[in-house]
Design a protein around this ligand. Structure first.
Ligand code: ATP
Length: 520
């Protein structure tokens, strides 16, 4: 897996004046010039001093010249900047990195009262980077839950007087050990969590266990280094690839000079040990910045724990907190010097992919099997495609044959029907004609008798003529029906009706024929 070289990202946050600073009306020693640059110890623009009517550059000739040092950082946040703004610009991108398999660390550095805890934890109304980052992390975990399985565990440690304590269980001191994965805290059991709310509850619980004592600069000064870590194991549901990553949020104790906290007794020891660990941190930062090979991480427990974040496989963000009041001149200067040095540190990033325990042979066998299966399936697909094509063509030709057979049968049925109908009407008209003939014979017989009188003779003759007309009609299929109707209605003696029927059907050819037959 390729490794990527990157610098530690360093941002400076300048906090607003606190009440004490405003009351003492001190001068401003940090001026934010733009998003990346600040001026430390600028000239006092309004501090004008006139001697005998002439403006003097310096009121006090014994006073040293202002440093006027311009410093560049990855980002400089002025006193108006909010925690959300810093989150969006600095730690939100880290969440995406974590879920891509990179270890990430955020640590805040600065003197007591400079705003480290405010930046990291914030308050209910103004949540800090830890809260906002964890919320974002869980939102993203939720969004990816269909493709990945996530196992999340957290730990919250404090390093106080060089002792490592578990803030979640209030137990310790714990020992640090080194293995191939780096420094591990022996006996530390990760607390599994399933939601952002659960995580935030644990954070609150750990904070309440944190060692705090008031200092001159901060009534709730944190006297220990707090290290909140989220360990995530991601399993790709499709490929089964596993990754383990760690996101660390570190709130360091104040980096002020021991003298500035005016500690005695326990507080002095506390201050000395904070200084010892921060001195060790400073040494590591300096050596890393100079590209030295040997880095004295082992000088303190803090640097041992931060080894990963500073010089290991980790994307690291350092937030240097400073006050702009001249009351904190030395501390602010030191913090900015540290931050400038830290900018030079380069870390090497690698995506964390868990090695599988399966031997190589297993995968070789598996791939060979899958390739053979693939070939077998390809052949099967080709066979099926061929078979389905053959079935399709057979069906089409057979269907055509069936259609033409059906058409032929249908045509012959129609023909037969027509023939039957034709035959029926032929039989009908033949029967009708037979009837007409019989009637004519009967008329003839009556006419041959001597007993019929002259009136009856003329009536029989008219009937004979009409029978003849009907006979002629019966020779055509169309008129045969009319003729048979007239005959059955016994209207054959009324030639007028026959004439009307012929007229109504407007058969100009047949009508003269009928008339001429009638005239005969
Ligand atoms: N950016 C800010 N805006 C408003 N108030 C701030 C800001 N930064 C710090 N403060 C206030 O300043 C005070 C000291 O801040 P904080 O406790 O964060 O300092 P610290 O650096 O953590 O100090 P210590 O090392 O002693 O714990 C707090 O009351 C805090 O609310």
């Amino acid at each position: 897996m390729s490794a990527e070289q990157t610098n530690i990202k360093v941002v400076v946050r300048v906090r607003p004046y606190n009440r004490r600073e405003l009351e003492q009306n001190q001068r401003q020693i940090v001026k934010v010039l733009d998003n990346n640059t600040l001026l430390f110890d600028p000239d006092e623009e309004d501090d004008e001093f006139f001697f005998q009517g002439t403006k003097q550059n310096y009121r006090d000739i014994t006073k040293r010249l202002n440093k006027k040092i311009s410093m560049d950082f990855d980002r400089v946040f002025d006193p108006e900047a909010t925690n959300r703004q810093i989150f969006e610009e600095c730690t939100s991108p880290l969440v995406a990195s974590v879920l891509n398999g990179y270890n990430c660390s955020v640590f805040v550095y600065g003197a007591t009262g400079a705003g480290k805890t405010f930046t990291m934890l914030g308050s209910d109304s103004c949540p800090g980077l830890t809260f906002l980052t964890m919320r974002e992390l869980f939102d993203k975990i939720q969004a990816q839950s269909s493709t990945h399985k996530f196992d999340v565990g957290v730990s919250y440690l404090e390093v106080y007087n060089e002792l490592v304590m578990n803030l979640l269980t209030k137990t310790g001191p714990l020992k640090l050990q080194e293995d191939s994965n780096g420094v591990v805290v022996s006996g530390l059991v990760l607390k599994p969590i399933y939601s952002a709310d659960e995580l935030l509850q644990l954070l609150a619980q750990g904070n309440s266990n944190r060692t705090q004592h008031p200092t001159d600069a901060n009534a709730e000064s944190s006297r220990s280094h707090a290290i909140f870590q989220v360990h995530i194991r991601m399993t790709d549901r499709k490929t089964g690839t596993k990754r383990t990553v760690k996101l660390s949020m570190i709130d360091l104790a104040g980096s002020e000079r021991a003298a500035s906290t005016k500690g005695i007794g326990v507080r002095f020891k506390e201050g000395a040990s904070i200084n010892k660990s921060l001195l060790a941190l400073g040494n590591c930062i300096n050596k890393l910045a100079d590209g030295m090979k040997h880095i004295p991480y082992r000088d303190s427990n803090l640097t041992r724990i931060l080894k990963d974040s500073l010089g290991g496989n980790c994307r690291t963000l350092m937030v240097a907190n400073v006050s702009m009041s001249s009351l904190t001149y030395e501390d602010t200067y030191n913090t900015l010097k540290y931050a400038s040095r830290a900018k030079k540190i380069r870390t090497t990033l690698k995506q964390n992919v868990l090695k599988s325990n399966m031997p190589k042979d297993f995968y070789i066998k598996k791939v060979t099997e899958l390739m053979a299966e693939n070939e077998r399936l390809k052949i099967k697909v080709a066979q099926l495609e061929k078979a389905s094509e053959a079935t399709r063509s057979y069906n089409e030709s057979e269907l055509k044959a069936w259609y033409s057979k059906i058409d032929a049968v249908y045509a012959s049925v129609i023909k037969t029907q027509e023939y039957v109908i034709g035959t029926q009407s032929k039989i009908k008209s033949m029967n009708f004609r037979e009837k007409l003939k019989k009637e004519n014979i009967a008329c003839n017989k009556l006419l041959e008798r001597n007993s019929v009188n002259s009136e009856e003779v003329s009536e029989l003759k008219v009937k004979k003529k009409n029978l003849h007309v009907l006979y002629v009609c019966s020779l055509t299929t169309f008129y045969s029906n009319f003729a048979s109707i007239l005959f059955s209605l016994k209207l054959i003696s009324d030639i007028f009706i026959i004439r009307q029927v012929a007229l109504s059907v407007s058969l100009r050819v047949t009508y003269p024929l009928l008339l001429c037959t009638y005239r005969q």
